[in-house]
Write a protein that binds this ligand. Sequence first.
Ligand code: OXD
Ligand code: MN
Length: 604
Amino acid sequence: MPSRLEALNRWVDDVARLTQPDRVHWCDGSDAEANALRAQMLANGTLIELNQDTHPGCTLHRSHPSDVARVEHLTLVCTKHEEDAGPNNHWMDPAAAHEKIDALFAGCMKGRTMYVIPYCMGPIDSPISRCGVEITDSPYVVANMRVMTRMGAPALARIECEGSEALARGAQPAFVKGLHSIGELDPERRFIMHFPEELTIKSYGSGYGGNALLGKKCHALRIGSFQAKSEGWLAEHMLIVGIENPQGETHYVAAAFPSACGKTNLAMLIPPEGYREKGWKVWTIGDDICWMRPGADGRLYAINPEAGFFGVAPGTDKSTNPNALASIQHDTIFTNVAVTADNQPWWEGLHEGAPATDWQGRPYDAKNGPAAHPNSRFTVSAKQAPSWSPKAEDAQGVPISAIVFGGRRPSLVPLVFEARDWAHGVLVGAAMGSETTAAATGAVGVLRRDSMAMKPFCGYNYGDYFAHWLSFDKAGAKLPKIFHVNWFRKGADGKFLWPGFGDNLRVLEWIIDRCDGKAGAQETPIGFVPRESDLHVEGLALRDGALDELLDVDLDGWAAEVEDIGRYLDSFGTRTPERLRAEQRRIAESLARENEPQRRAVAS
Ligand code: OXD
Ligand code: MN
């Protein structure tokens, strides 16, 4: 089924000549195609059928044990000039990179089918959406792309239409080209390469979501952020959630947290009982990626470019995320979870059932570690979430009232604070830090700076990215307010001080009320922090003094933090905008001024 777009056919032919598949299959996204692929994968063991009485339509995929997470050290951004990729990315010269990876692709699809997947990131009729084509030799990738993107005939029609319009203007068709092969699943022969200036992705040697479902991190974030910079919008690692108050008004909040820090939980939050009774509702637009652009009224409008959730399974339970648990009872692809004796999916944190077989297919034995891999996942259509918002299909997107940044910060960082203006908010996002998680290979629990939660995903120099964020602050803009939250603060006993999950709505309520000018706060050098009386915590069983600790601003601790932020900004050299440095100096000076009387008192 060749396309009407010559440039697309030519690329598919070139790839087939390089990779030498036995067959080429153009994916139309139909049910018949999905059923045939599923039958084939069940027959050859790529998928295992789960208990169809309890989990109709659910399957399990067990990946190669060395292919379970994103591989940041093998993920490259290949721009003509190394400075344009920046110190936040691993870089390779584009010509050298193509040569290296094409050598791996040569002949790699012999004996395999090459699937051509046209896809659209975002609602098919949205001007904010962007299209791509992924070529892969993995039917598991096709099945996941079908859930995670709008894939098949409608996407191909949009690509063809936009391509012909571009040609008529004398320009080149601008769909993203993604080439993927699982290769030999050999970690020594694995690369995830991005060529943002060519709108091209080449990924070899991994079948894992973030490395292989090229619409997700590779397109929607790395290539997307690069496109966004040149076209005046933002591609961000953010959930989008709608909070409806008892008056029936819905505010949309976009929130950036690093991988596996609770974005899915916040996007699907269930209000605490008292809030439910009063009529509060939470609507899910997206749980991982947000594309935002200014609308005609100056506000930022956001879409979720994805159509599904690729969520972390461990920890998902009735008590933590009942909406996610309800979503994955049917028609879900599980990857690397354990199974119970009666073939139901199981993971650590799921209170029902017990593991009989671990994620590698071995009889479960606690000596081998967790039953489910800590980064085991579910792939499910967003529409299956009870909290799914029909506004997720809105071509114009939803207006964003607040942007929230957050990370795992066991100490120092208060439960919530508000930046005093956009530039301060950009600094707050740039300074974000978090403990690393199992979503990427490497040590877990190490504190690292992760600006806007985009460290693994920003497709260009962070210094330029900060400047791009600052550029939205212009005449006529009605920008969202910016906040920082920390659900992960621990007390001296090492236990979390804040209950999190549904109770996070209490913090979102303060955030929304701040946007509407309805909630109080005290001004501190780091921003506006609620007083205890500004938060609604009635009926919440917090330990004695916990709220005081959660809202405390430790001036000495912050002085050291802000100094470190200064060093971090310096690491991007002259690309760091002066406006951001000035903001860092302003806060450092304000902290020094506040600290001065205390120092004098101690000295006398
Ligand atoms: C993800 C990630 O899979 O951030 O969303 O790693
Ligand atoms: Mn993510």
